[in-house]
Design a protein around this ligand. Structure first.
Ligand code: N01
Length: 537
């Protein structure tokens, strides 16, 4: 690749995680296009390349956290545990990249610094920090929903004499916690996963919690040979189920309402589901996301379980002072998270009561004047989710409009796939698509396939550009907000689904909450109606 001169491609894909890899395969191997993937990391993996923090593991079961577009690819890989750990996901993605011979068209260590649409020649000009400029008719973002770190602007952070790390850019050679006083800020999925593992290694771990979260035991375990054989044998059924369910998992939600179930039966069903563990716990009843009374059944059960687990009543109280309904923030599953608070070397600090005021050279100080001496501070403080990875790309559309400006009051897209004024830009798992509310590989495959079909259509009719109409964008926004309003998701005011974790971010519900199956039908219907809502010129 030229270092400074322009390089021309049919399509440039940004990011080499699940999404960018599959998009490359489709565009290069099925459509015969000249494609280049630009990837900031030194290897494939996307989110999983960067998230190497202790305990990093997917909470989708491994047999469903993989590509399903190819039976032979699916059946040539064996997962070792119920939930895949980060190193195993990396091995899987490298295996897939090698099987599909993708790496030769991925340019690693290449950070995209901006891209602008050139209306005269109808192409995108893509700038990189260190590898010159590229042009492409199509620009496809495969940057994930959770890749733009949210690092709170704490006073004094620069003065800290120890080491501080955000979990999303974990050092490749790890962090040694032995003999160290560690502070961990944040109790979302990441903090909950990292806490038990760091606690085992550190001298002392202090967890700084602003908002407690519900969590259910994952009950991870090695997979048996029988199970491995059965998922290969039942590939077609598993893949079909993943496409048919609301959440993209191979299991559906029971057709049973909590409010119509007796208290004894509720208890029996929930106890059984608790023992099985995992995300399926949510699937015991079908009314928990729409009916507060039903939701309370779940919330009360989980609260009781946490209080039974955590021995110190003050800590248990803090861990269950929930500010939201069950599962209305991103649901969490854990491996011995609550048990970890029974260890002598772990303490919990409520930073809602007394917020972190300042990072000091020796640690941090909270607003009640308490000083915490720390050697390492782990920021498990999450992400500028869904929109952040895109607005940080410095994308400039027609008439010099920046994406950040167009989305100042929240994202405006059509189907989460395209933005008006940004022709031929496609956003895999973009805002206002199901994305983070589903099993991601399912959402990714659906988007990558839709985009490949749209590009085929553009070429077949001899057009050069595609972008949505403003009517379609406005109508989609109404549908997205309506779908969220129909659920209790909208009531979780501190959720990153609403952008609440990033100061100054507009409070708008970011993903489409109408379910993956319905969304797939909508996208297919748009195609059947000759790409209704898109201008193909
Ligand atoms: O981030 P989060 P995450 N002072 O935003 C706290 C996916 N994921 O990295 O809730 C003090 O959920 C913040 O507090 P609050 C998954 O989709 C998946 O954990 O805003 N605290 C919160 O506790 C997940 O949802 C997997 O009040 C501050 C925490 O930091 C998403 O990634 C594993 C603070 C951030 O929680 C993000 O998860 C890991 C401040 N100034 C992640 N600012 C699996 O598949 C923020 N916080 C298993």
């Amino acid at each position: 690749m030229p270092e400074t001169s322009e390089a021309q491609f049919d399509a440039i894909v940004i990011g080499a995680g699940f999404a960018g890899m599959y998009q490359l395969h489709l565009l290069r191997d099925k459509l015969g296009l000249k494609v280049r993937v630009l990837e900031q990391g030194s290897g494939v993996g996307g989110t999983w390349y960067w998230n190497r923090y202790p305990g990093a593991r997917c909470d989708t079961e491994s047999h469903a956290y993989c590509y399903t577009f190819s039976e032979s690819l699916y059946c040539s890989w064996d997962w070792s545990e119920r939930y895949p750990e980060q190193p195993e996901i990396m091995r899987y993605l490298n295996f897939a990249a090698d099987q599909l011979d993708l790496k030769k068209d991925i340019q690693f260590d290449t950070r995209v610094s901006g891209a602008s649409w050139d209306e005269d020649v109808r192409c995108w000009r893509i700038m990189t920090e260190n590898h010159g400029e590229y042009t492409a008719r199509f620009l496809i973002t495969a940057v994930g929903c959770l890749s733009a770190a949210n690092i709170p602007n704490f006073k004094g952070l620069d003065s800290f004499k120890g080491q501080w790390i955000h979990t999303g850019s974990w050092p490749q050679d790890g962090v040694d916690f032995s003999g160290k006083r560690v502070g961990l800020i944040g109790t979302g999925s990441t903090g909950v996963q990292a806490t038990p593992v760091i606690a085992k290694e550190a001298d002392h771990l202090t967890v700084f919690q602003r908002t407690p979260n519900y969590s259910v035991p994952a009950r991870n375990a090695p997979l048996t040979e029988d199970f491995k054989r059965s998922v290969h044998k039942n590939f077609e059924e598993i893949a079909r189920n993943m496409k048919a369910t609301t959440n993209g998992h191979p299991w559906g939600v029971e057709n049973r309402r909590a409010v119509e179930t007796s208290a004894d039966e509720q208890e029996r069903l929930l106890e059984a589901a608790w023992q099985v563990g995992g995300m399926q716990f949510r699937a015991v009843f079908n009314d928990i996301m729409v009916d507060e009374a039903a939701n309370k059944v779940m919330a009360d059960f989980v609260t009781r379980k946490i209080r039974e687990t955590v021995k110190d009543p003050i800590t248990a109280e803090k861990l269950t002072a929930f500010d939201h309904h069950y599962s209305t923030k991103r649901p969490i599953i854990d491996s011995h998270y609550f048990e970890t608070y029974n260890r002598e070397n772990v303490s919990l600090v409520d930073v809602k009561e007394a917020p972190i005021e300042e990072i000091t050279p020796r640690g941090l100080r909270t607003s009640d004047g308490t000083e915490y001496d720390l050697d390492i501070i782990v920021f498990a403080t999450g992400y500028d989710g869904v929109t952040g990875p895109l607005t940080r790309l410095n994308l400039i559309g027609r008439d010099g409009l920046s994406l950040g400006d167009v989305w100042q009051e929240g994202p405006k897209t059509y189907l989460g796939l395209q933005v008006e004024g940004f022709p031929n830009l496609f956003t895999i798992t973009g805002p206002q698509s199901p994305s983070v509310l589903t099993n991601m590989p399912v959402a990714i495959e659906q988007h990558a396939e839709w985009i490949a079909n749209a590009i085929t259509h553009i070429d077949q009719i001899g057009a050069s550009c595609m972008e949505p109409t403003s009517t379609a964008v406005n109508e989609w926004e109404t549908q997205v907000q309506k779908a969220a309003q129909a659920t209790l998701l909208i009531t979780a005011k501190s959720s990153w689904y609403l952008g609440a974790n990033v100061p100054g971010k507009p409070r708008v519900f970011l993903p489409y909450a109408g379910g993956m199956a319905r969304y797939r039908d909508i996208c297919e219907d748009v195609v059947e109606q000759n790409y209704k809502g898109f201008k193909v010129a």
